[in-house]
Design a protein around this ligand. Structure first.
Ligand SMILES: Cc1cc2nc3c(=O)[nH]c(=O)nc-3n(C[C@H](O)[C@H](O)[C@H](O)COP(=O)(O)OP(=O)(O)OC[C@H]3O[C@@H](n4cnc5c(N)ncnc54)[C@H](O)[C@@H]3O)c2cc1C
Ligand code: FES
Length: 267
């Protein structure tokens, strides 16, 4: 059955899985036809409607949420059997090429990249994955990634409790000295994505980066997610290198706040 993505419908929560200290995966009792990198607008009754990447496309689909404020806190406290509203899937999603790929996920950015990595492995494309987190207990989907990527999984933690000690962007520079990649996919904190983009530009490696901005309508109308000439909700959230070059004065520097004022991107 075709569902208009703009149609807001109620779905039941099938299961809630505690993944790390501050991230939970919510399995939704619904099936969707979505691409890796697409997102849903999730309405938490009485609280807010917020964008969430699809962290699994195997039906039933899931989202993985990190608590940062009121809506994410309320969402993570829901239980199996509770209902939420969803619109979507929205956004362009990642484009897969038949080439040597490195996926780089920081924090909940791993949620957006996991379905991409899975699809690539299933297509025998042998991608590599670099996951970075502040500490070992914040590494999302660690077991699943180990199973999927084996020796092609690189880990970094800021405190050195697991894997390389330092930022994923620093580890990326080291990995690049020993490995060749034709494309980089990245989702995570914007400063990390910007550093990775700069290193990739020096080596002429194309990048696809999933950006976050304040999203309301999700269909390109309200302008709350504007960056340069683009709307993150509709033209993104995945930006290729050409799009990133067009927003260099805002990428990892400025964003619109909920009232539409340009403010610094917090790191
Ligand atoms: C396309 C897209 C996909 C997304 N996918 C996911 C996902 O898969 N999982 C997920 O957990 N989040 C995801 N987000 C981010 C999520 O939508 C926000 O964290 C959420 O809207 C915050 O709502 P809130 O009411 O809980 O917090 P708010 O009250 O809106 O914000 C609380 C505080 O946290 C800050 N903040 C807001 N967002 C973030 C953030 N992402 N990281 C750090 N600080 C932040 C705000 O600046 C504010 O200071 C995505 C965003 C976009 C645009
Ligand atoms: S959220 Fe309204 S234009 Fe993007």
């Amino acid at each position: 059955m075709h569902i208009n993505p703009e149609f807001n419908r109620a779905v039941k929560i099938k299961e809630v899985i505690k993944e790390t200290v501050d991230i939970s995966t919510i399995i939704l009792d619904t099936e969707l036809n979505a691409k890796p990198g697409q997102y849903l607008m999730v309405w938490i009754p009485g609280i807010d409607e917020i964008p969430m990447s699809l962290s699994s496309l195997d039906n039933p689909v899931s989202i993985s949420v990190r608590v940062v404020g009121d809506a994410t806190k309320a969402l993570s406290q829901l239980k199996s059997g509770d209902k939420i509203g969803i619109r979507g899937p929205f956004g362009n999603g990642y484009t897969i090429f038949n080439s040597r790929a490195l996926l780089i996920g920081g924090g909940t950015g791993v949620a957006s990249l996991f379905p991409l990595g899975k699809k690539m492995v299933e297509a025998s494309l042998k991608p590599s994955f670099l996951m970075g987190a502040r500490s070992g207990n914040q590494l999302l989907f660690l077991k699943r990634l180990q199973q999927l990527f084996g020796n092609n999984l690189f880990l970094s933690t800021d405190d050195g409790s697991v894997g390389f000690k330092g930022y994923a962007s620093n580890y990326f520079d080291i990995i690049l000295q020993e490995h060749k990649f034709d494309i980089i996919y990245v989702c995570g904190p914007e400063l990390m994505m910007s550093k990775i983009f700069q290193s990739a530009e020096l080596k002429n490696i194309p990048v696809q980066a999933s950006l976050e901005r304040y999203c309301k309508c999700a269909v390109g109308l309200c302008g709350s997610c504007a960056i340069g000439p683009y709307r993150v909700c509709r033209d993104g959230p995945v930006f290729n290198s050409e799009m990133l070059r067009n927003v260099l004065n805002e990428f990892a520097k400025l964003k619109l706040d909920p009232s539409g004022k340009l403010i610094p991107v917090d790191h």
